[in-house]
Design a protein around this ligand. Structure first.
Ligand code: ADP
Length: 586
């Protein structure tokens, strides 16, 4: 990550603007032109008013009158051109940024530091982070360049008439265009430090109050939670009010600086013996130049707000993607069916942390059925994630068809290893669309077979809308069991070479669980199956049972062997068997 005060993130992001440099330079020139037209308009109009007061012949005023009209019209036209050129360039640039970032997210191995990157919250933050790139160009760089150009030209213009007055203008411009923006940045930074944690806590309060409303009411805790949130809102509002007051003070100071600078220019110009009319023109031009510098205060404020977003975007842009690295092996063809093997594979979620997977050896040839069991936290889901290349491995090697898996593009890896993972998400879409997410080209008989194996087909047929039944947000319109069956059916439709089933029968009653498991495993007869389960019944037909604990495989063998050996499996099996036979009934 770039250090907070450097401009590395801005440089990385603006590096992507290089192909559009001509358009952006045009936009900055047009922005400067707009400000200069405004400045010229004010100066010419002032000259016109003062000169007209002396009642000269109209012909003496004609050029100025035409100039005023031309400048007034050109200001609007230039502003329009600036917006058009600037947005044209920045929207093209954003397309590149989005493509690069989505490429990174889709293909780079996940970074454990960015694990939550899969959550909706982080996704929406990412979308607004990318929009910050637009603001950097349109609201910071373009107006900044324009203000500096206008200030410089105004100073040169004033210096041509009265060099000492130009010094006063430059001094005022530096206060308005440098000191005040720096103050605005410092204030915004302090504000962000105070507000960010409050906003985060308030968001958590809002989630608790909405999603946890039923539980809060059940425990009579609604009022308390509401009071906590209200207190936080009041504190946030207090901080916001203080920021608004400081912001207004900075804006007021800007207006004051413009007035004082103008006054100083007038005094210095009069002392230098400049004529009255010219002094009037200089005064108005100074006012316009300093006011255009005040645009830098708004630009600086916006810049301070978006810096965090720019750093996150720059970090993502700096993450190499396999495709971008031009790895020659990256397009190696993925075999339809092949043996997946792990040798001494370890996974750590944090550098220096405990191993969630510790030296695991495993071979999954086509057709082999393996059940993975063990206590919670043993590393079962991590094993599935490592096979799916959803977490990077720390040590050891993972091969498919004899080649290291890094030889195969990550984006097509779901055809090798896929299935039903822990916390599978069901989408707010029809049953058919949820299933087709498994494999877009699946045909209706395949959907039928998958739903039949998952025990969902009868339900689908009973629905008035059949396959087009919409299942609600995260399957909210389904029962827990139906939701689980739909997720399982989607995994079966996907038909990868190695089918992972992480607790596929969770939420189903024991009889249904046995049936669904048998059907699901039979549906994958020609591929490897890795079943993760707490339920130890129904595993008799499996080829191998792995018992895991603390990231290691502590026991392995055929079901009959494992059941006979003293240890975790036998103890649990006896307990579950007794429970299901009703020995513990009270
Ligand atoms: P199981 O599936 O057997 O219940 P897991 O594979 O989920 O076990 O977890 C194994 C270990 O890894 C646990 O100690 C767990 O706390 C840790 N772990 C799992 N997922 C993460 C994660 N995303 N970040 C950090 N630690 C994790």
């Amino acid at each position: 990550m770039s250090e907070p005060n450097g401009l590395a993130a801005e440089r990385t992001v603006l590096g992507l603007a290089r192909p559009y440099a001509a358009r952006l330079t045009g936009a900055a020139a047009l922005a400067a032109g707009t400000d200069l037209a405004g400045l010229g308009l004010m100066a010419t109009a002032t000259w016109l008013l003062i000169t007209a007061a002396g009642q000269p012949p109209i012909t003496a005023l004609t050029v100025a009158i035409v100039a005023v009209r031309a400048l007034a019209i050109s200001r609007g036209v230039l502003r329009y051109g600036e917006r058009l050129a600037g947005h044209d360039a920045v929207l093209r640039m954003l397309t590149d940024v989005r493509a690069r970032i989505f490429g990174t997210l889709a293909t780079a191995p996940p970074d454990p530091k960015r694990q939550p990157a899969r959550s909706g919250d982080t996704l929406s933050r990412l979308v607004s982070d990318v929009d910050a790139v637009q603001d950097l160009v349109i609201r910071v760089v373009v107006p900044g360049v324009a203000a500096i150009a206008v200030g410089g030209l105004a100073a040169v213009g004033v210096a041509a008439v009265a060099p000492a007055a130009a010094l006063a203008l430059v001094a005022g411009w530096l206060v308005a265009g440098a000191a005040l923006p720096a103050t605005a940045v410092a204030v915004a930074r302090r504000h962000a430090l105070a507000v960010a944690p409050l906003r985060g806590e308030l968001a958590a309060d809002a989630i608790d109050l909405t999603h946890g409303a039923a539980d809060l009411a059940a425990f009579g805790a609604t009022r308390r939670a509401w009071e906590v949130a209200t207190t936080r809102i009041a504190r946030l509002a207090g901080v916001e009010r203080r920021l608004a007051a400081t912001g207004s003070a900075i804006d007021g100071a800007g207006t004051l600086v413009a007035g004082l600078t103008t006054g100083a220019v007038v005094v210095v110009a009069l002392r230098a013996g400049v004529s009255g009319v010219t002094v009037g023109v200089l005064a108005v031009a100074t006012l316009a130049a300093v006011e255009s510098a005040l645009a830098l205060v708004a630009a600086a404020r916006r810049w301070a707000e978006i810096r965090g977003a720019l750093r996150r975007v720059a970090d993502l842009l700096a993450t190499p993607t396999p495709a971008m690295d031009g790895d020659p092996a990256a397009d190696r063809r993925l075999p339809e069916r092949a043996t997946l093997a792990l040798r001494g594979v370890s996974v750590r979620y944090r550098a220096g942390g405990l191993r969630a997977l510790d030296g695991v050896d495993l071979t999954i040839p086509p057709g082999r059925r393996i059940a993975v069991v063990g206590p919670s936290g043993a590393g079962k889901s991590t094993l599935a994630a490592a096979l799916a290349r959803a977490v990077p491995t720390d040590e050891g090697e993972l091969t498919y068809g004899g080649a290291a898996v890094s030889a195969y593009p990550v984006e097509s890896w779901h055809r090798a290893v896929g299935g039903l993972f822990a916390d599978a998400h069901v989408f707010h879409a029809s049953v058919r669309d949820n299933l087709l997410l498994g494999r877009a080209d699946a045909i209706e008989p395949e959907l039928d077979a998958a739903c039949a194996a998952a025990g969902l087909l009868d339900w689908v047929r009973e629905q008035p809308d059949g396959w087009d039944t919409v299942v609600g947000e995260d399957g909210g319109q389904l029962s827990g069991g139906q939701r689980q069956r739909l997720a399982l059916a989607r995994a079966l439709v996907a038909a990868p070479a190695v089918l992972i089933l992480d607790e596929p029968t969770e939420g189903l009653d024991p009889a249904a669980a046995d049936r669904v498991l048998a059907d699901a495993v039979a549906a994958g007869h020609d591929r490897g199956v890795l079943l993760i389960t707490h339920r130890l019944r129904g595993l008799a037909d499996f080829d191998e049972i792995l018992v895991m604990d603390s990231g290691r495989i502590i026991q392995r063998g055929r079901p009959a062997e494992v059941r006979e050996e003293p240890g975790w499996f036998r103890d649990q099996w006896l307990l579950q068997d007794a429970a299901e036979r009703g020995y513990f009934r009270v």
